[in-house]
Design a protein around this ligand. Structure first.
Ligand code: ADP
Ligand code: MG
Length: 696
């Protein structure tokens, strides 16, 4: 039996360890840095580094690494050992404050979208002291930000930290207006629910598409799919349970509060939900969760698929980003209060979110765009590509009462009295019912549900924090000038709601009527990554980022280039993999089956010309025509891939992949899947959907 409190955080250089090991004054200085986000003094850093190193060595660590998220989304590490040679030829274990604050990884091949010529400057890294260092595989990992020599942002963490600063600053301005003098810091909190598939490693090894692309590029549907919903919350199979147990234990050691694990709707699909943490920590933790899922699965003879759509015809995997605002005094700012006064404050924060989502629908859509997620958004399983908000009937009623109330001064107070009665009953049962909404209020937080399972949560949260911070900033600008706060704040809530209520939709987001209705309302319907990305560089968006110091114009342009390029490269790899599979495995397999059938027919005929060979002949004829159709479609795809070289510029290339390569791949797949239905198991070269989904 493991003792959870004993192992929890045992591999983390956390507050408790710092308090125990650091001299009192150093601890105090470090705490200040952590609490107010000031820069770390080099003398303090030296002492912290030394203490960190001693602790890590006691835990068996031999190396250290600056652990960071480049723009590819995957975490990157460069391992250095602690050893330093001494004059007598032996070694000592060393780690200085300089190494803690500034590392210089020679990371010149990370994508930078033209921001940094490889010859010109190296990237610099610096510890984010608000995210604790931890040990994994004998390596001390230091959560780090990554920027260029000239300070240009090259990672996903830096903008996230900046956006948290924005929302902190703007929220404090608002709280001050409400007479709150005790709160000194407001942080955003996130609890990301992570979906994933587990399949058998032996089967995975037999499919190039899973290995190279993380998803199946062909595969006929299995006789049984998810129609019975019998997997959802069903009993967890022993092999999966063993995997989850080890995953939980490893996550607990790293201080990740993994809380619930259950089966999802699709067969072989599961979900992990952690207890929420501050956004930057939650973002680091989610990277660790995804990383550990993959490595621990292998140990159990399994493979964890994090792709958004591993199997056609089955639900894909997403990530629900539960997001809220919390004060350092422990108050959740999105939690409806108990008295009207508090409710005014709550309602102001609420309409700040409504305004933000409405004004920057495009940015929210962009923050979750990827070739993989395009398979989900718009499919009838995940939220559609249209951004809208769900508030729940209780809150709707409160806002409706504000809308109807023209004589606002006294009667708002009266209405708010009603609100008080209504608000405490905000439980999930009344707010969480609309599972189809991309952005739903769930009692004391918002759940942004458009994220794909692989995406780094840093990007969507950077956007979310920035746009809500921006609303709060505009509110504070207005209200700080007000002579009649009471009346002005109520007007502001009402006006903002009226102006932006278009974004609120409580019906079924999966329905065709909604697509029509949203179009009438003038909401964006940016169906694919390629449709969405050009909005990144709109004037209003660049202004927003520059105003709050999140990105410069150049940084957004570089991100735009990187995302488009990543899109085209992803599709290109998929198309090449598909061509390879069809050419080398599928067509030859069909030919072999045809040969066996023909041989059978011939030998039957040689026995007696009266024997009925119509079955063989029919099958051979059907297989032959499908196989030549497959071959023709493959040629078309091949030629289209060759032509892709003619396109210049990332946008036209990406458009070409979307409009030509993806449809051509679908054409190829359709025939291959038809063949899979009639080719004998003996010849079909790949494990089927049935094998992959039901074998554990
Ligand atoms: P469920 O949706 O499974 O019924 P919850 O709504 O309590 O349960 O939690 C779902 C996710 O939301 C969890 O990851 C949880 O940690 C997270 N969460 C709960 N409260 C907050 C909050 N204030 N801020 C951010 N995330 C939160
Ligand atoms: Mg949820």
């Amino acid at each position: 039996m493991i003792n959870i409190p004993d192992i929890f955080g045992s591999m983390v250089f956390n507050d408790k360890v710092m308090k125990e090991r650091l001299p009192k004054d150093v601890y105090k200085k470090l705490k200040e840095t952590i609490d107010d986000g000031s820069t770390l003094d080099i003398n303090i850093a030296n002492i912290v580094a030394n203490s960190m190193k001693d602790w890590a060595i006691e835990k068996g660590a031999t190396h250290f690494t600056h652990w960071f998220q480049p723009m590819t989304g995957i975490t990157a590490e460069k391992h250095d050992s602690f050893i330093s040679p001494t004059s007598d030829g032996s070694v000592i274990m060393e780690f200085s404050g300089k190494e803690l604050i500034k590392g210089e990884p020679d990371a010149s091949s990370f994508p930078s979208g033209g921001l940094r010529s490889t010859f010109e400057a190296r990237g610099y890294t610096a510890w984010d002291p608000t995210s604790y260092a931890f040990i994994r595989d004998n390596t001390l990992c230091i959560p780090t930000v990554f920027c260029s020599y000239l300070g240009e942002v090259l990672d996903k963490k830096t903008p996230l930290l900046r956006s948290m600063e924005v929302i902190n600053k703007q929220s404090l301005r608002i709280l001050k207006l409400f007479g709150d003098t005790t709160t000194t810091r407001v942080t955003t909190t996130v609890g990301p629910e992570q979906e994933y598939f587990l399949i058998d490693k032996k089967l995975y090894d037999k499919r190039e598409d899973l290995q190279f692309c993380g998803r199946t590029l062909l595969g006929a549907r299995s006789p049984k799919g998810q129609e019975l919903n019998d997997h959802y919350f069903g009993a967890i199979k022993p092999r999966v349970a063993a995997f989850m147990k080890e995953l939980d234990e490893e996550l607990w050691k790293l201080g990740v509060l993994s809380k619930t694990e259950h089966n999802e709707v699709a067969p072989a699909q599961h979900e992990l939900a952690p207890i929420f943490a501050n956004s930057n920590v939650a973002s680091d933790h989610n990277q660790l969760v995804m990383d550990l899922m993959k490595t621990i699965a292998i140990k159990h003879g399994l493979v964890c698929l994090l792709h958004e759509k591993p199997f056609a015809g089955l639900n894909g995997s997403g990530k629900h980003n539960n997001w809220s605002l919390c004060t350092n005094t422990g108050k959740n700012l999105l939690s409806p209060g108990k008295n009207p006064r508090d409710n005014t404050q709550f309602l102001l924060f609420l309409v700040a979110v409504i305004k933000a989502v409405d004004e920057y629908q495009d940015l929210l859509r962009i923050s979750v765009s990827s070739a993989g997620n395009d398979h989900r958004l718009g499919g009838h399983e995940a939220p559609p590509a249209i951004v809208s908000m769900f508030l729940g009937s209780d809150l709707e009623a409160v806002l409706q009462s504000i809308e109807d109330n023209v004589e606002y001064n006294q009667s708002l107070a009266a209405k708010m009295e009603i609100a008080v009665d209504v608000l405490p009953s905000f439980k999930k049962d009344s707010t969480d019912r609309n599972r189809t909404s991309p952005f739903a209020f769930t009692g004391n937080k918002f759940e942004f549900r458009m994220l794909g399972s692989t995406v780094s949560i840093a990007c969507p949260n950077t956007i979310l924090n920035t746009i809500v911070g921006n609303s709060l900033c505009e509110f504070a600008d207005l209200l700080e000038k007000s002579d009649d706060f009471e009346s002005d704040v109520n007007n502001l809530i009402r006006d903002t709601y009226l102006k932006h209520k278009n974004i609120i939709f409580n019906g079924n987001n999966y329905s065709d009527e909604w697509v029509e209705e949203a179009n009438k309302r003038g909401l964006f319907n940016l169906k694919t990554t390629v449709d969405a990305l050009p909005y990144y560089t709109l004037d209003k968006n660049i202004k927003l980022f520059e105003k709050h110091g999140i990105y410069t114009k150049e940084e957004i342009e570089s991100r735009y280039e990187i995302l488009l390029d990543e899109y085209s490269k992803t599709i290109n790899i998929e198309a090449l993999t598909l061509c390879d599979m069809i050419k080398k495995d599928v067509i030859p397999a069909v030919c072999e089956y045809i040969k066996e059938l023909s041989d059978t027919a011939l030998s039957k005929k040689s026995l007696s010309s009266d024997i009925d060979c119509s079955l063989e002949i029919d099958l051979v004829s059907k297989l032959s025509s499908l196989n030549s159709c497959l071959s023709k479609r493959l040629d078309t795809l091949d030629n289209l891939l060759i032509n892709s070289k003619d396109y210049e510029g990332t946008l036209s290339t990406a458009k070409y992949y979307k409009d030509n390569i993806i449809p051509a791949m679908q054409e190829v797949r359709a025939v291959a899947d038809e063949l899979e239905f009639i080719v004998s198991d003996k010849y079909w070269p790949y494990p089927t959907y049935g094998d992959l989904l039901f074998s554990i």
